[in-house]
Design a protein around this ligand. Sequence first.
Ligand code: DI6
Ligand code: FE
Length: 401
Amino acid sequence: MKTLWRNARLATLAGDTPWGMIERGALLVDDASLAWVGAEADLPRGLTIDAEHDLRGAVVTPGLVDCHTHLVYGGERAREFELRLAGASYEDVARAGGGIRSTVAATRAASDDALFASARARAEALMAEGVTTLEIKSGYGLSAEHEARCLRVARRLGRELALTVRTTCLSAHALPPEFAGRADDYIAAVCAWLPVLHEEGLVDAVDAFCERIAFTTGQTRRVFAAARALGLPVKLHAEQLSDMGGAALAAEFGALSSDHLEHLGEGGVQAMAKAGSVAVLLPGAFYFLREKQLPPVAALRAAGVPIAIATDHNPGSSPTLSPLLMLSMACTLFRLTPEEALRGMTVHAARALGLADRGTLAAGQRADFVAWNVQHPNELAYWFGHRPCARVVAGGEERAR
Ligand code: DI6
Ligand code: FE
């Protein structure tokens, strides 16, 4: 099946020209991939096509890639938000047994179908803003049984919705109550169940929360060694609240990405550059926790570390379902350019997931793209609280509107 999409302003994000812009462009889709991308005037002669769509000058970008979410969980934490507004810090709440652990209790109590229904509604909200690839982490089950349940829900979302889901095992997210005071024993348990989850096909990558209120670099290293033994790539929640040297540790393991990074120092930046890790910045968590310390954007740029932007959707530190708002905040809060922000949620986000087949509009890439009701792609980071998403094609097929 060959479909021609013509009369588009293509922000291909391929190559080094601004936005990879092609005016009056066309996309030739062959089944699930892009067979040809270029100016309409250069279309090869004598093409046989099965269908044709006129995009009437709409801006077209690659489908958005949300490369860091914790989408599957029970309950919500609005009460904790009130406590923080009254003066408690995120770390205070966590140490008092609230925070991640309260979501763990709600997640364990929820049925598989309830977890699926709530996660599906969230995924659909992200899709409505142009997301075609979504990463989902476990980390609210914190036992072999409940981590598996959450990852199965994530896999089911990938099967039932018109998007690609990549799963990440984040069992080293917090210490569950049954292991109180025994963090090393918990890490041993995680390392023992990881192969079982992997055997069931539930794990595309492995993550950990390396932080004062979570796990040490030594414990993170053990989780990464277990991942490496299974041939699984790693990523890390690093330097979010303090500088633990997590990004450098992750770089040692060739991490796909280190994420958050507000407290990242120059040594960490250099280690990431050398390892080719992506810096995933999460303006939603920065905003919602009212952080003051900005991630070292200038140093990351200077070192040539690719910067990705994601929602970090989770009930405690980033309860947002708007990837477009994250583009805006990446610019207003972190001072990225609108083009850097969009590249951060497409080409660099794909790289943070180890996916080379998406993130730009180019022949051979997966046919994931979005047509927007805007005049220029810089508007995607400009409007906020607005959804200018007109048409979405995922894997070559247009989603029902
Ligand atoms: N860092 C975060 O911001 C989220 N997880 C993490 O490791 C927060 C998760 C939560 O508060 O529920
Ligand atoms: Fe996160």
